[in-house]
Design a protein around this ligand. Sequence first.
Ligand SMILES: Cc1cc2nc3c(=O)[nH]c(=O)nc-3n(C[C@H](O)[C@H](O)[C@H](O)COP(=O)(O)OP(=O)(O)OC[C@H]3O[C@@H](n4cnc5c(N)ncnc54)[C@H](O)[C@@H]3O)c2cc1C
Length: 695
Amino acid sequence: MKGRIPQSILDSLTDVPMPRGFARPAPAGTLRQGGFAIPRYRCGALVVGSGAAGLRAAVELRRRGVDVMVLTRSWYGGTSACSGSDKQTLHTAALERTGDDFFKVAEALGAGGAMDADTAYVEAVGSVEALAGLKHLGLPLPEDRWGGVLRYQTDHDAAGRATSCGPRTSRLMVRVLAQEAARLGVAGMGETTALRVLAAGAGRGRRASGLVAASPRARTGDNPFGLVLVECAAIVLAGGGPGELYRDSVYPPGCFGVLGLALEAGIEAANLTESQFGIGTTRETFPWNLSGTYVQCLPRLYSADSSGREHAFLASYYRTTQELASNVFRKGYQWPFHAPRTLDYGSSLVDLAIERERRAGRTVWMDFRRNPEGVPVDRPFSLERLDADVSAYLRNNGALQPLPIGRLRAMNPLAIELYARCALDLARQPLLVGVNNQHMNGGLAVDTWGATSLDGCYAVGEAAGTHGVTRPGGAALVAGQVMAIRCAKHIRARLSREPAFRPAPDRAAIAGLAAELGKSLAAPDGLDPDAVRREIQARMSDGAGFLCTAAGVARALDEARALNGAIAARGIRAAGPGRLAESWLWRQMALASEAVLTALDAYIRAGGGSRGARAVCSPQGRHVPQSRLGPLEEFRFVAERPEDRTVQLRVRRDPGSGRFTVRAQPVRPLGSMDGLYFEKNWPAYLTGEIYRSSR
Ligand SMILES: Cc1cc2nc3c(=O)[nH]c(=O)nc-3n(C[C@H](O)[C@H](O)[C@H](O)COP(=O)(O)OP(=O)(O)OC[C@H]3O[C@@H](n4cnc5c(N)ncnc54)[C@H](O)[C@@H]3O)c2cc1C
């Protein structure tokens, strides 16, 4: 960043206060069910979740005249409001200077495989409307003097299509969207947890009809669990990712997502094998990604043993100081772990090295007060000896200060401000670092309108499994915006066709839920929710983290099945009515965990190899990462098979038996666009023909 930026500007981009005051909807009546009196709400569309995706869906629905209601555990508690990196990224088609090509953007989005080509294209095209809407609402995206949005290169992005308003970009998005939702009079219920999706009809006619949630404010003598019933024609699941799935995680605490909720309802999921892992500060301090300028300023990474002795561990991996420093830099735009980048002394060797230190019982630190350690057989670190691309970047950004903290301050003072807010002064102390789970690329399977396999139920944002194996950094937030707009259009069109959908509530499902909740309260032999949390998180991080083996995954799956069996038999204890929602969420997480492991186990058993941010390690693997001191045999890994790029693994839970099934589904092609002419295609828009499902 050139020149000094006044502190007030840095503050405004770092401290982002959020609006208050969503109107709480009024119940339309009471459902009397087995001695319970449950308030009954009615709306055209219910949005579950108030992150960037959910609020965008709510705003777009309301603008189109749909009677929409939001139900959320925490208005500003999700990943969008609470997470980020050095400069949180949005990845969109770039329209400045020579312009962009939507086909090329779509190609980049799906480059890692297993992504539906039609989804990639609609995300590319839709990114323009998504971004323009946010700008219109006041998102301060940086522009040049000609009105072009400033851009940079990010992960899995060769063209430099990323932009940002700083580390708090997604929080700023939530703010402008929340302000707009409030202005439009969107009603909502906070502190409310979705427990069960309701459906009406059977077979091909089965469709979503509502949802039961728990809301402390609804608790009364004859509604002791605080249940609320929402009856609606459409549900938009925007609950974010299952952040609580892993122990080693950079999600903010309390992100459960809606994967378990949806699986319980029999909704199909896609690409659950695909998640992102990379370096960040841990949840014990401040969960944040260490990408971009945090590593491009070339800080020192070192480890410390229990006696506090320092180890310059990276110097055992890279052959020269220049190679070491240049690869630390490259983690800036090659942030997620990627097995092929552990080869040829690439940047993911850094993640492997950090993990090996952790396994050896040492802690790893990132120090902005010291330059990288020199490799013993080489000369010390010097800004004069860096790879050409690294030198050019630092020179072009005026970042040739002698120490990393100076270079970071020159390139991105906001990155320093952010940690300062958590009493972590980068000029005085190093950061504790780990390789953490950050994002689920998979999720609920959807068509190009965000529609899931349950008619009338949509998924947007991280809840939707729209990404393929790799995704350019910033594509997550933008995909959420695009699909939120598209599902709003689809729902509007649908409600116009059938305005009076009002099925009777599924009393059996509600009674079953109330009975299960009652059991959690009454059962002294129910499982302890904290023990369930520890078990799931340890299993996922140790058995299905960024490094896994076939045997480890199979074992983890057996254990996950056993846990779900125990939960079915004994339930999860709740210490009181106020803890019921939490114990129910752990029940949902146990299902989500089994689903992920089922998919991963099936993938590996069928011969699937290392891809995305996961290495499948095996002595039979063809590739072995090399370090300066020799081959790292423990990380020998199986290569990806090209044919796996053309399919998605779809996972579904049978609501009757509780068993998960997996099937391979070829990715959807884009289809021909040859017949797109104005007069010929206008009628399809006017009549709503374009909203036909693409699934
Ligand atoms: C550290 C970090 C850095 C990231 N950096 C980037 C980046 O630079 N660019 C990018 O594109 N993406 C990035 N991502 C990913 C991106 O931030 C998320 O995918 C995105 O914010 C998810 O938005 P969302 O609206 O789907 O969910 P969230 O923002 O997580 O919102 C979910 C909402 O659902 C509610 N909810 C959840 N479960 C329930 C339930 N059962 N009942 C009721 N309500 C519920 C929550 O309270 C919350 O309001 C990053 C993620 C992390 C963790």
